[in-house]
Design a protein around this ligand. Structure first.
Ligand code: BG6
Length: 454
């Protein structure tokens, strides 16, 4: 088993709207996540884990856990609710970043994680070209304020999931044509802010944070190979080719043209894309996908595995893989495969910004959480990541989802991911007290040993 590099960033992740709460405090405006229809039986995001008020206690726990890095997102509608800077919003992130640094935890910042300000959504959101400049203005404020302190930035979290399954996670309900125009504007916005960041001469690095999953063909049939090629082009390479090479992937473009969803791209856009390429790749990995050629069966849309495009591919179940209790496949070897696939295409450092298992943890009467399934899941993924490093892949850090329990995108707080339990339920807001899970002590030991040991 490989030793991880000395400076390997053992971290953990959260996102603003899922963890902070304080949804309308200190000048924060609403985001699309605050006004979306909440699935029945799940809590909304108004209080979440109340990290906004308890960040000091949380950072103390992160320190005890031994985190070398903490990946979080900044809420656009807290910092710029209506186009103007909200000083109180900025001050919250300044305090958080200062505290992390005092505790020798590197802040890793995602600028945008699913929570578009309502003020911008009302003007057409990402479909409106003006949002590109609004995003650039917002990022400029962040770079000017935190550019000297934050070494690793991510532009947009899971842009591919927003484009392909926006209705599941509550970011967009539009047609493919509209969604891929939005998506194009996001790509241009990402390239523009990447240029801005580079122009600022900060010592840090900036990159995208898509959800990447290698795609397996369902069988050895040639038609299934082609289906996998197209699924991967649309789900993965469209986003990474744009970020790394500044161009559209030709298979993805062909697919979009064929289904009438190709966006309008101007000459000026092409120039911006080409001039704003990334320094490294952040990626979220939960599982692989398996597809066959399209056979016209109804597919239930899911952000990880439920896609189908008539004429091209159809997601199918992989019977070789176990599932989480929330129906997501578990594929640690696929993690090694995915890391190798990305690295052989792009040859840039990779940072894992999410990986984890959602489960219904139980708090025992003596304040314990025995989450051995989480330990198993993470251990197997770390083993495969170590093998990928042995294969020659440059992985610089691992930030599992999530540092602390938070509210899932659409399955409530009952679907927990954290190392730290937050006492609340979907039905009732409880005292939100923090408890260390068994996985907390296990991960603490992994970090301490810089890996799993012999
Ligand atoms: C990723 C997102 O899709 O997966 C997170 O970046 C999300 O925001 C995580 O919480 C797990 O998904 P879910 O739907 O179980 O919350």
């Amino acid at each position: 088993m490989s030793n991880f590099p000395e400076a390997f960033l053992w971290g953990a992740s959260t996102s603003a709207y899922q963890v902070e709460g304080a949804w309308a405090e200190d000048g924060k405006g609403p985001s699309v996540q605050d006004i979306k229809e909440i699935p029945q039986g799940t809590t909304d995001f108004k209080v979440a884990s109340d990290h906004y008020h308890r960040y000091e206690e949380d950072v103390k726990l992160f320190k005890e856990l031994g985190l070398k890095a903490y990946r979080f997102s900044i809420s656009w509608s807290r910092v710029m609710p209506d186009g103007k800077v909200n000083p109180a919003g900025l001050a919250f992130y300044q305090k958080l970043i200062d505290l992390l640094l005092e505790n020798e935890i590197q802040p890793i910042v995602t600028v945008f994680h699913f929570d578009l300000p309502v003020a911008i959504a009302e003007e057409g959101g990402w479909e409106n070209r003006a949002t590109i400049q609004a995003f650039a203005d917002y990022c400029q404020v962040l770079f000017e304020n935190f550019g000297q302190q934050v070494p690793l930035w991510q532009t947009i979290n899971e842009q591919n999931v927003m484009a392909l399954a926006g209705s599941v996670i509550g970011t967009s309900q539009k047609s493919m044509k509209e969604k891929f125009q939005e998506n194009h504007h996001m790509l241009v916005a990402q390239a523009l802010v990447t240029q801005q960041f580079h122009a600022g001469n900060f010592s840090g690095r900036i990159g995208p944070a898509p959800n990447i999953a290698s795609v397996y063909p369902a069988s050895e049939k040639p038609a299934d190979q082609l289906a996998a090629l197209y699924m991967s082009a649309l789900r993965n390479w469209l986003f990474l080719d744009a970020a790394v090479f500044g161009t559209y992937n030709h298979n993805a473009w062909h697919l979009l043209e064929t289904i009438g969803a190709a966006p309008t791209v101007t000459e000026a856009d092409r120039k911006i894309l080409a001039a704003g390429t990334c320094d490294y790749i952040a990626l979220n990995y939960y599982n692989t996908m398996t597809v066959s050629s399209y056979f016209q069966k109804e597919t239930k849309l899911d952000q990880q595995s439920g896609f189908g495009i008539p004429g091209f591919f159809q997601a199918v179940e992989n019977t070789h893989l176990p599932m989480t209790e929330f129906g997501w496949p578990i594929d640690p070897e696929g993690f090694r495969f995915t890391l190798n696939e990305i690295y052989s295409r792009y040859r840039l450092p990779l940072l894992i910004t999410e990986n984890g298992i959602g489960a219904k943890d139980v708090l025992t009467t003596d304040g314990k959480i025995h989450d051995d399934y989480r330990i198993d899941y993470l251990q197997q993924h770390i083993e495969q990541m170590a093998l990928a490093i042995d294969d020659g892949v440059d992985v610089i850090g691992y930030c599992p989802w999530s540092a602390i329990d938070l509210v899932s995108t659409h399955e409530g707080i009952a679907k927990r991911y954290g190392f730290i339990y937050v006492n609340s339920t979907d039905e009732q807001l409880l005292d939100l007290a923090r408890y260390k899970k068994d996985s907390f002590y296990w991960y603490q030991n992994v970090i301490d040993k810089n890996g799993l040991g012999e």
